[in-house]
Structures are given as C-alpha cells and as structure tokens.
Design a protein around this ligand. Structure first.
Ligand SMILES: *Cc1c(COP(=O)(O)O)cnc(C)c1O
Length: 394
C-alpha cells in the first residue's frame, strides 16, 4: 500500500482514533444503568449540538430513516406539503412524502442554486393548506446551502412545519433549531459527527410534537411519541445502537471540548481553503454563492471526464472524492471536508484533484494553488465564520 486512504466524500467520513477506540468497547446492555447513564449524558450534549431544549431522539437507521420517520410522524395521508427540490436529496423528500400519501407541491430550484425565501413565502400564500415545508439545509448533491434561517422566518409565521434534513449540516454549520424556529431537525451519524453510518438523530419543536402526538404514524418501527417517552428513562423503544451511542458520547466530547464555534470556524476555514484552491486552479465552483461548509462541488471543464478524475484520484493518490449524480455525473467532482478532516487532508485532496485532472487532459491555471488555498485557510481562521474573504491572487 502506497497511500493512506483519505475519505474526502460527503459521508461516510473518517473516524478519529478516540471514536474508533470507543466503538471497539465490548457490549453493554441497553436496559441497564451503565448504558442509561451514557444515554442521559449524550442527550444533554445533543441539546447543545441541535440548539434545542426539546429531546433529540437517537434512531437506529441511516439518515433517510429519520427523513421517513419525520414525514410519517408529522403528516397524515392527504395533507399537503411543499418540497424544496434543488437536487438529489430534495427529490428524496418528494419520494418519501409521496409514498406517505401526501399531496406534494415541488418548489423547483436549479441545481447549484439556493431557494429564495420569498419563493417559499409566495408558495405558502398561494396554497394556505400547506402543512409542512421539507427542505435540506445542505443539499449534498450540489454543495448548496439553503437559507434555512430565512425560510424559518417565513414558516414560523404560518401553520406550516419546517422540516430540515440537516444530514450534511449538523456539526458543520450553525443550525440553532429553537432560535431559528425549525420544527424538525434531523441528521445522520456518518457526516459531521465522525461516526460510522447507522445512527440518526431527530428533534421536533413543541408544535411538531403536538402534530406527532395527534397523528397515527401508520408505522410500527418509527413511533416518535413512544420513543420520547422511552428516552425519558434513558432508553430507546427497541434495542439501541449501543456501540454507535458509545461512539457518539466520545465524538460529542470532541465536538464540544472547544465549543461548537471552534468547530464551525474550522469548517468555514476548510471551505475557504478548498474554494480558493479550486479557483486558483482555474476551475469553476459549482455552487457559486450559497455553498455548504462540508462539501465543495467543482464544475469540470467541458470534455473532462469526471468519473476518470475520481478514479485516478483514488487509485493513484488514495483520495476518495465523489462524482456528480444524475445529469451531473462526470461533470462535477465533490470534495467532502466533513468531520475528522483537517487542512492537510484537504491539501491532499486538492493535489489529487489537480494531478488527476492534468492526467485526463485537463488544464491547471496555477502551480501556486496550494499556497493560495493555505492563505485562504489562515485568513478564514482569523476572520469571522461565514464572512467572505477578499480574493486571493496566485
Ligand atoms: C447523506 C445524505 C442523506 C442520506 O443519508 P443516508 O444516511 O444515506 O440515508 C440525505 N440527505 C442529505 C442532505 C445527505 O447529505
């Protein structure tokens, strides 16, 4: 083996050694005190991570399971929802809602663009029976960050519940649920939380709980009110994902040891590093304005086969990048920088992208892209997360 494997994908993401060691511990029983104590400790810190005083339910499923649980718990067949559809995961909301028998209005957003909060307001005004707005915070297929804070300003004045898929956002970009007025926030373990896949987390606002308690979920496994009652005793309804929760105990320690602001500052700096480096290579950023803090999507020059770029980066450099999906297949490359990824991993990613690109006949505008990337990183760390940097020239 020549290279270390570097997972720069938008999930799963690399695991810190501390988390791996926690995951390796022997089994404990999910109905006994030692585990219940861990559940309680985890719960306290999940309130901080989600920015909520409501319970954060651990569910044994991947992120899509939590999306399913939300759609089934909050809405009844025949109810009307608005889906913000600007990529693969927006589509997934639509499929889940349709399968639940909901009437779906799609608010289509061009891939690479963020939704206009005003468009949500207009849609809710035009169809006042809409009971929920389903959206991604970070649309991982395009690398776009939707303006959830502004959308929440709209929904909280209406009866529509704002249901946010924060799977590639929680632990990566600020998302204070209560402060913003989000009605449902959910995530998965394998992105910002530095854990293996298999655990989802879901929180509801008080008005969402009212809806969930009045609703028949039509589903045996996902019963959120019953999960909530069980969690009060430090337990889950069915067998807990014991090791993942023990791992979460450790990863929350890591995320909170210097405060969440430090985590977001690092994520912002990595985002600036990637964006500056990619731009210095002469490549176009696919999400030019509203971009995620855990993934950078890169438009490849016409004629360059992105699938080949991704293959070479993996085979020659050990860097696992993600390609595009659907009509973007072969056209974009997505660099993940979620969770346990640092500046050195990000530089390895840029270098692998650059070399692989040249190898397939692409072009590099600058040999100084690493220097530019690192200048952006340091500048971003000194500045305020979310605040644009001056253009850095190579
Ligand atoms: C990864 C991801 C999902 C899918 O999560 P699974 O854990 O694979 O079910 C859904 N939505 C977003 C925004 C994601 O990034």
């Amino acid at each position: 083996m020549l290279n270390k494997l570097r997972l720069l994908t938008p999930g799963p993401t690399p695991l810190p050694e501390r988390v791996r060691l926690a995951l390796a511990r022997d089994m404990t029983h999910h109905r006994k005190k030692a585990f219940m104590d861990i559940m309680m400790r985890v719960q306290e810190r999940l309130h901080v991570l989600f920015g909520t005083s409501e319970v954060v339910l651990p569910l044994s499923c991947s992120g899509t399971g939590a999306m399913t649980a939300a759609a089934h718990s909050l809405f009844a067949p025949g109810q009307h929802v608005l889906v913000v559809d600007g990529g693969k995961f927006g589509q997934r909301w639509r499929f889940i809602a349709e399968q639940r028998g909901l009437q779906v209005t799609s608010l289509e957003v061009p891939w690479g663009k963020a939704v206009e909060p005003q468009a949500v307001a207009d849609a809710l005004k035009a169809e006042p029976d809409i009971a929920g707005v389903l959206i991604q915070y970070s649309e991982t297929s395009t690398g776009v960050l939707h303006p959830v804070k502004e959308v929440a300003r709209v929904t909280r004045e209406t009866k529509a519940l704002l249901v946010v898929d924060g799977i590639s956002a929680v632990g990566l970009v600020p998302c204070p649920m209560d402060e913003w007025g989000i009605d449902c926030l959910l995530t998965g373990s394998q992105k910002g939380l530095m854990l293996p896949p298999g655990l989802a987390l879901l929180a509801l606002s008080s008005r969402s709980w009212k809806a969930a308690e009045a609703n028949d979920t039509g589903c045996f496994y996902f019963n959120l009110p019953a999960e909530k009652a069980k969690l009060a005793k430090g337990q889950t309804l069915f067998t807990s994902a014991v090791n993942l929760i023990v791992g979460l105990d450790e990863s929350l320690d890591m995320l909170l040891e210097n405060g969440l602001d430090a985590v977001y500052a690092k994520q912002w700096a990595l985002t600036m590093l990637n964006r500056a480096g990619v731009a210095a290579m002469g490549l176009t950023l696919f999400a030019p304005e509203h971009f995620a803090w855990g993934i950078t999507s890169v438009q490849l020059p016409a004629g360059v086969d992105g699938t080949e770029v991704v293959r070479i980066a993996m085979e020659k450099y050990g860097v696992c990048l993600a390609g595009g999906q659907d009509h973007l297949k072969g056209k974009i490359v997505r660099i993940g920088h979620m969770g346990w990824v640092d500046w050195a991993d990000a530089l390895a990613g840029l270098h692998a992208l650059n070399r692989s690109l040249i190898e397939v006949g692409g072009y590099c505008a600058s040999r100084e892209y690493m220097e530019v990337a690192m200048s952006a990183y340091h500048m971003a760390l000194k500045g305020k997360p979310g605040q644009a940097l001056p253009t850095i020239h190579s």
